[in-house]
Design a protein around this ligand. Sequence first.
Ligand code: DQA
Length: 167
Amino acid sequence: MTTRIQVVHGPNLNLLGTREPEIYGRTTLAEIDAELARRAAERGVELRSVQSNSEGELVDVIQRAKGWADAIVINPGAFSHTSLALRDALEAVAIPTIEVHLSNIHAREELRARSLTAGACVGLISGFRAQSYYLGLDAALAHVESTRRSHGKRQRKARGQRARDKR
Ligand code: DQA
């Protein structure tokens, strides 16, 4: 079964490489996407990546992921701290999501320490610069795999029970 991952980059992340490199590093978004694609291909995973500066467009991307993606890796950028709409979209589609941040949002200004979107996610990876995305991909794949494994176990148990009931 092919695993499909939707990567979502929020506002200003198109400027990575030149944007406050002392905070976000010098890796460009194109380089991050290329590395994610390389890692995905190595594991036979289908990966799509979208960047947008607009909140509504990001909501649309999350909604469209339903029925396609097994998991989402998202860096909502500043919308993490403000957007109930993105949180609602993640809750509505109920696709397991890993939130990632290049910087450690807990080691910066207090207003960045709260993420509205993280509450709708499986977990959060923050502070490893570009590596946050690669760790996010690993976490998403590990989550999908363990969910499939426990789902398979439940199905086998139910089949066993039905067989015993028949006897
Ligand atoms: C960021 C952290 C946010 O606070 C900030 O607004 C961003 C980038 C990060 O990846 O570290 O745009 O999401």
